[in-house]
Design a binder for this molecule. Structure first.
Ligand SMILES: [Zn+2]
Length: 114
């Protein structure tokens, strides 16, 4: 599963950071995920809990911040928020071409127990 490999790489990075800071436990992990990153946040949370077992990230709370993506309508030129590739323009049903944002997936911050 796609989300499982993402969860594991997040845990790897977070565990490395925790070790570097001499922390035994990670309390919260803040993630920034765009709607076009191709990640289902519910699946990611589920995989994360399973993958975090016996790591410093076990029991950590995932705080997921969703970003916005903007697209430009190829028919009328209007800019609109897009939630998925292939979304249509709300004004004219034209195709919205992705212009910026929305494909990010990164760890913003973690908090650890000292
Ligand atoms: Zn349009």
């Amino acid at each position: 599963m796609h989300e499982m490999s993402i969860a594991m790489s997040i845990i790897e990075q977070v565990s490395a950071t925790a070790r570097a800071e001499g922390a035994r436990k990670v309390n919260t992990i803040e993630l920034m995920i765009g709607p076009l990153a191709g990640v289902m946040t519910e699946a990611l949370t589920f995989c994360f809990e399973a993958a975090a077992k016996d790591t410093p990230a076990e029991g950590a709370i995932l705080e997921i911040h969703t970003t916005q993506a903007t697209g430009c309508c190829l028919s009328c030129g209007q800019e609109n928020e897009i939630k998925a590739f292939g979304d249509q323009c709300p004004s004219c049903n034209g195709f919205l071409a992705h212009t910026r944002g929305g494909d990010e997936l990164r760890i913003m911050a973690i908090t650890v127990d000292e």
